[in-house]
Design a protein. Structure first.
Length: 197
């Protein structure tokens, strides 16, 4: 049921829209979500038939994510205990792959391998990889780049078959995303990069 004030869905009814027709939905894969997947924060709703897979290799985060994910999304949600560099998904199977505050994290190693594996799983026609860095965007820019040219060069250098569709940097996104957290923790202007095959 729609919440008329926010345009979203009321939490007590879950975040999966009801629909009488059964049709194949989209496959969303979030990599490195920890215990706080992006769909929870954004309150994005799934359509009937959609599947939302959250991949993390931290056992504690995996357990937390699984409990809350099932509570919000029901059977459309699945927490997957795996490494982002060896995803348990078929080639060309995901419509959207999400990395939220993963690439800017100083503890993240093998960024090129993460992107190469995401490219393998991404559908070639219309699929997209969304990288959002609200917490440590300066570290993302240092490691991968902050312009289309920098990111294109990074992808090319590592033989990653992706191209930059869009880059946006907006200060307002950070407060919306972080909510009650201290925005002063940010290192630089938030960045979002959308990649496609």
């Amino acid at each position: 049921m729609r919440d008329s004030q926010s345009g979203g869905f009321s939490p007590e009814e879950g975040l999966v829209r009801e629909d009488k027709e059964k049709k194949p939905g989209k496959i969303y894969v979030e990599i490195g979500s920890g215990g706080n997947p992006a769909f929870f924060v954004s309150k994005k709703a799934l359509n009937p038939g959609d599947k939302y897979f959250v991949v993390d290799f931290n056992p504690d985060d995996h357990k937390i994510s699984n409990v809350f994910g099932k509570m919000h999304f029901g059977e459309a949600y699945e927490a997957v205990f795996a490494n982002g560099k060896a995803l348990p998904f078929e080639n060309d199977s995901a419509d959207e792959i999400i990395f939220s505050n993963v690439f800017g994290d100083p503890k993240t190693f093998g960024r090129d391998k993460l992107l190469m594996e995401a490219a393998r799983v991404l559908k070639p026609d219309g699929g997209q990889i969304i990288i959002t860095e609200h917490i440590t965007p300066a570290d993302f820019v240092k490691e991968i780049g902050g312009t289309k040219e920098d990111i294109t060069q990074f992808l090319s250098k590592h033989g990653i078959p992706l191209k930059v569709k869009k880059i946006s940097r907006e200060e307002a996104d950070a407060e919306d995303y972080i909510g009650q957290a201290d925005v002063r923790l940010l290192k630089g202007t938030p960045i979002q990069v959308i990649l496609e095959r």
